[in-house]
Structures are given as C-alpha cells and as structure tokens.
Design a binder for this molecule. Structure first.
Ligand code: PMP
Length: 428
C-alpha cells in the first residue's frame, strides 16, 4: 500500500506541484496533502485508512454527500448505455428542462464541461451581443482560469499571491476592470466613467473565492440597476452558489434577476460539467442559431447529464436547503462560541450550505477585510483540525461547504475538534 507521502513524492516528479489543481497541494497552509482512496456521505478516507469529516465536498458538487446512491445508480444506468455519443441525447433535454425550471432567469442554456468554460463563453456572448470589449469583475472574485479573469483573482490565484498570472497578455488584462466587492459607490463611479464601453459585469453573488462574503443589502441591486441603465449584461457566476444557497441559487435567495448565469459543480453531481444560460434573446446569438461561436466535443455527455439530473432531483426536494441552513448555522455558531472562550479574534460568515471562517474580529464584508485576517492562525487551526480528522479547505481564502450528509454527530465531532484547535491557535 502506498502512503500519502510516497504518492506525493511520485506525483511531484510528474505533476506540477504534485497536483492537477493548485489549491489541493496545501501550499497555502503548509505540509503535504492526503490522497483520498474513497468517499462516502460526509467522509473521506485517505490511502492510509484515516477518516476525515469533509467540508470541501469536492469544492462544491457534493452537496448531498459523497457517493450518494441516487446519483451513483443513475450514473451506473447511464454507463451501461454507452459513454459518449456525439449526437444529441434525451438526457440533455431533460437537464435543460430541470435547470430552467429551478432557475427561471435561464430561458435557454448551453452545457459545457467546467465552470471555466461557462464563464469564458458567457463573456464572449456579452461582448458579442453588446459590441463592447470591457468586462468588470471584483477583487478576489474567481471565475475560473480564462485569461480575462486572472486579474486580481481569488481562490488559488489569491492564495498564491499571483494577482494576475504571467502569460496573460497585458492587452487583454487591460480590458478587465476590477472593483471592490460590496462597494456600490465604486461601481457607480466606474459606470459613470466607462459605462458605454462595458460589455458586462461578472460577479459571484456570494463571494466564495476570498473565503465567504455575502453581498451587503443594495450591492447586487445596484449592479442590476447600473447594467440596465447602461445596457451592459449582468452575469451572475453561480458556479459555486447555484443550487447551493437555494434551489434557484443566489438569484432566488436575494431576488435579483441577472441577464446570464454561469453554473458548474452541483449540476454535474461530481462529473465535469458546466453551463451558461439566460435571456432567450441573448442565448439565441450562440452558434448554430447565431454568430457567436462556442462548442464542445463532450458537452452534454450522457453520463455527466445523468449524474447532474440525479443531483438536481435531490436538491429540489422540499426542505433540502432549510436543513442545510440549520446545520451551517449551528456549526458557525459553535465555532464562534469556542473562539470566544479561548479569546481568539474570530468571526464567521455563512449562507445556506456555505461558510467562511476568519481569524479577524470582523465584520468581514470586503476583500480588504478578508485579506487582513490572521492567515498563520488559520493555518494552525487547519492543521489542528486535520490532525483530529476534520478536513477544511486548505486555504484561508476558500469557502467551506456543508452537505446534507453532515448530521448532528458530525457537527458535534467537528466542534469537539475545534475546541482543541482553537487552543492550538492560542498556544503557538
Ligand atoms: N466560478 C466560480 C465562482 C468558481 O468558484 C469556480 C471554481 N471554483 C469557477 C468559476 C471555475 O470552475 P471550474 O473549476 O469548474 O473551471
């Protein structure tokens, strides 16, 4: 049997940083990642047999817990019928119907294979439809690895201190303007100056890639009003929040209707899937019904559609999100109490099924406040939790994810681990 360490050594020879996606490598918190052998419900088991309560959930898709039988069995049935057809299939139609039913602002959509593909296609559509070039994003906002988005980006790009990556042409980066999240005055000022050149605003309606920062009242409303006033396209990047914070995503939770929405993670049920969609009049401009080109060999893959459809059936069940909200609230309240008992400066943010832990007195409403938190304290806390079998996202700039498989017992075990972990933060 290979150990975690041995696998990481072998991986390091062949994969940059030993991983296929940067944040997995633990660079932000130090140490070496574990290699997962299997996953079930709220748990991961590494190759050495150690069990972890998992608050990463494959970075979002596993909102019903790992290896859910409803999803697994749907995939097994689909696999029996062939892996990929390259022709249209019925599951794509069923998926489009399921998504448009849950998210009414999406009148038409296109399936793709990742969140990155969805956001890249969405800005191309916004630029093509408006004939304008400038896109607006927010500091600490992450929209995948498209060149235009790696400007003051969050997630791994923030963790690694690479606000804009080498390899992104300056001429392209110049077309991406960034604003502070939750700052309506800055948004108004930017539109007053550049409004006629702005193709779109792309925003995570709950920021989840600079830890977890919900929108302040009025923020999303202002973006909606400015985009309407200046005929720019409002894109909600709901790759993370879609089907997570409410059955209809953050746009349902906050009652704001974007022009386009990007989706990923949960709609694939763990398979590589993304989607973008929105107003019919915009989506009709996509090839082959319109001139704006976008395509994909494996888009709408039958096995991926089966997984996603089964997952959407689970999240659409009555009470699914209400229960998640309760567990998330309970966990965050527990963390706050324990931190207070230990005298640790700490605050948390949460929305249903998504949370952020900050070693900072708070409140945390901005990128500036998130990055002012005590990052070494988070790393100590992370490792103390990991040692006790609780896996938090291995960076202070990632949101935590709750699943419906996390019950009372897992929350209690997590808080018991946190009791020790907060002490470890103070003692070192
Ligand atoms: N948008 C958001 C809001 C995300 O959180 C992510 C991934 N974490 C992406 C886009 C990119 O998705 P993917 O990793 O599937 O390309």
């Amino acid at each position: 049997m290979s150990s975690n360490h041995e696998l990481f050594q072998r991986a390091g020879e062949l994969l940059p940083g030993g991983v296929n996606s940067p944040v997995r490598a633990f660079n932000a918190v130090g140490g070496e990642p574990f290699f997962t052998a299997r996953a079930d419900g709220p748990y991961l088991w590494d190759v050495e047999g150690k069990r972890y309560i998992d608050y990463v959930g494959s970075w979002g898709p596993m909102i019903a817990g790992h290896n859910h039988p409803h999803v697994r069995e749907a995939v097994q049935r689909a696999v029996a019928g062939g892996l990929s057809f390259g022709t249209p299939c019925a599951a794509e139609v069923a998926m489009a119907e399921a998504i448009t039913r849950l998210v009414p602002s999406i009148e038409m959509l296109r399936m793709v294979n990742s969140g990155t593909e969805a956001t890249m296609a969405a800005i191309r559509l916004a630029r093509g439809a408006t004939g304008r070039s400038i896109i607006v994003k927010f500091e600490g906002g992450y929209h995948g690895v498209g060149d235009s988005f790696l400007v003051k980006a969050g997630s791994g790009a923030l963790t690694f201190g690479v606000p804009s990556s080498p390899g992104v042409p300056k001429a392209l980066a110049d077309l991406t303007l960034t604003l502070p999240y939750n700052d309506t005055d800055a948004a108004r000022a930017l539109f007053a100056e550049h409004g006629q050149q702005i193709a779109c605003v792309i925003v995570e309606p709950v920021a989840g890639n600079m830890n977890c920062i919900p929108p302040l009242p009025g923020f999303l409303e202002t973006l909606r009003a400015l985009c309407t006033q200046y005929s720019a396209v409002l894109i909600f990047d709901e790759v993370m929040t879609g089907f997570r914070v409410a059955p209809g995503g953050a746009q349902q939770l906050y009652g704001i209707t974007p022009d386009l929405t990007t989706l990923g993670k949960i709609i694939g049920g763990g398979m590589p899937v993304g989607a973008y969609g929105g107003r019919r009049e915009l989506m009709r401009q996509i090839a082959p019904s319109g001139p704006i080109y976008q395509a994909g060999t494996l888009s709408g893959n039958p096995v991926a559609m089966a997984a996603g459809l089964a997952m959407l059936e689970l999240v659409a069940r009555p009470g699914f999100h209400a229960a998640l909200e309760q567990t998330t609230m309970h966990l965050c309240a527990g963390f706050e109490t324990l931190a207070r008992e230990q005298g640790v400066p700490f605050t948390s943010n949460h929305v249903p099924a998504m949370f952020g832990l900050f070693f900072h007195v708070g409140p945390v409403h901005s990128y500036a406040a998130a990055t002012a938190a005590d990052i070494p304290a988070f790393s100590r806390f992370f490792h103390a939790m990991l040692a006790r079998g609780v896996y938090l996202a291995p960076s202070a700039f990632e949101a935590g994810f709750m699943s419906s498989a996390h019950g009372q017992s897992e929350i209690e075990q997590t808080l018991e681990a946190a009791r020790h972990a907060f002490r470890a933060v103070v003692q070192s």
